[in-house]
Design a binder for this molecule. Structure first.
Ligand SMILES: Cc1ncc(COP(=O)(O)O)c(C=O)c1O
Length: 363
């Protein structure tokens, strides 16, 4: 197979060795005479997969058993609703840092769920920047502070986590940068990520939360299927979980561990992103980065060309040269290269070379 350079924003590139392993085991899992997709979710095999995936995730995040890991459906978007439903009340709203389109969506869903408070916004910059730590104002009785650590659409990434008082948990939407860099993950009370960028194929969302927050989520008037404590008590097997997606997450996490975890991947991701930012910065203004330089993301690299016609031409030629997924989000325009953990460094080297050549011939 001729693998393309996959810069898709999500679903995104998966490690080739994980795909091969999944292929080998697709028809028969172990020596069980059937595939995993045909097995009961109450079987010992599935229980082992779920518990091993949970252990791997905590280990790679550097978190201990004060944290619980839940595997839920509905993507990160479901968490936009479930977080306020489980953890906020009309008197104690969640405070939200608005740093991009997904952060704003989370905030809007919290308003729909009952109440929410905007702690800071960078919308006035067209989401090119992220609110500074000192600009954040918590609601007086804030249930939590919600941040988005990487703004996938705009290509900005939070470098320093905000400080919160001890009784206000920090909640992070880490969908597009979980395990992409070393971070003090224990600063979070709850962090979540849908799988389809750094964790595996789409279909499952990892929610990692401190156990003390589970007591708060036991709200009698919430349907059981929407309660975090239901998932915790039943080890994510309350109803039929997306078993195959969890298994794939397990394989991706094993691969992540083999790569040296978040620390090593962080070095590699910074190097990959630098190759592309260097091509942008050395283009004499032909390419213009979209994100403010101090908050440029290592995961989603966004830039513009002098006009839309050149952007279309760039995309066409890129496609023909084996580069996929480079169109910017429709709300931002321009171009975006998503270089998640599984995107090989060589793809970034080749794209940077293609970008330089495009400037030489069209600049
Ligand atoms: C930061 C962030 N949050 C939330 C979402 C929404 O995720 P999902 O499509 O899994 O609901 C995305 C999707 O790209 C994202 O990048």
């Amino acid at each position: 197979m001729n693998r393309r350079h996959n810069f898709n924003p999500g679903p995104a590139a998966l490690p080739l060795e994980v795909l091969r392993q999944a292929h080998e085991e697709a028809v028969e899992y172990g020596n069980r005479g059937m595939s995993l997709m045909e097995m009961s979710h109450r079987s010992p095999e599935v229980e082992r997969i779920v518990s091993h995936t949970r252990e791997l995730l905590l280990e790679l995040l550097g978190l201990d058993d004060r944290y619980e890991t839940l595997f839920m459906a509905g993507g990160a978007s479901a968490q936009f609703g479930l977080i306020p439903m489980n953890l906020a009340t009309a008197d104690a709203p969640g405070s939200y840092v608005l740093s991009g389109s997904f952060a704003e969506k989370a905030y809007q869903e919290a308003i729909r769920a009952g109440s929410a408070h905007a702690a800071a916004t960078s919308k006035q910059t067209g989401w090119r920047d992220i609110p500074k730590r000192e600009e954040i104002r918590l609601a007086e009785n804030a249930a939590y502070l919600h941040i988005t650590t990487n703004n996938t659409i705009e290509g900005t990434q939070l470098r320093e986590l905000p400080d919160v008082p001890e009784n206000v948990p920090l909640i992070g939407d880490m969908t597009s940068d979980i395990l992409s860099r070393p971070l003090d993950y224990a600063r979070f009370g709850l962090l979540y990520a849908s799988a389809q960028k750094n964790l595996g194929p789409a279909g499952v969302t990892a929610v990692i939360l401190r156990r003390d927050l589970l007591e708060r989520s036991a709200k009698a008037d919430l349907p059981l299927i929407f309660r975090y404590d239901t998932f915790a008590k039943n080890e994510s097997l309350y109803n039929t979980p997306p078993v195959h997606a969890i298994w794939m997450m397990m394989l991706v996490l094993e691969w992540t561990r083999k790569q040296g975890g978040a620390a090593k991947l962080g070095e590699r991701n910074a190097q990959k992103a630098k190759r592309l930012y260097d091509a942008i910065d050395a283009s004499g203004g032909f390419y213009e980065g979209i994100a403010a330089a101090e908050v440029r993301s290592d995961m989603n690299i966004t830039w513009k060309l002098p006009n839309e016609e050149l952007e279309r031409l760039f995309l066409e030629q890129a496609e023909r040269n084996g580069f996929e997924g480079l169109a910017g989000h429709r709300s931002v325009g321009g171009l975006r290269a998503s270089a998640y953990n599984a995107v090989p460094e060589q793809s970034c080297i080749d794209l940077a070379a293609f970008m330089r050549e495009f400037v030489r011939t069209h600049g």
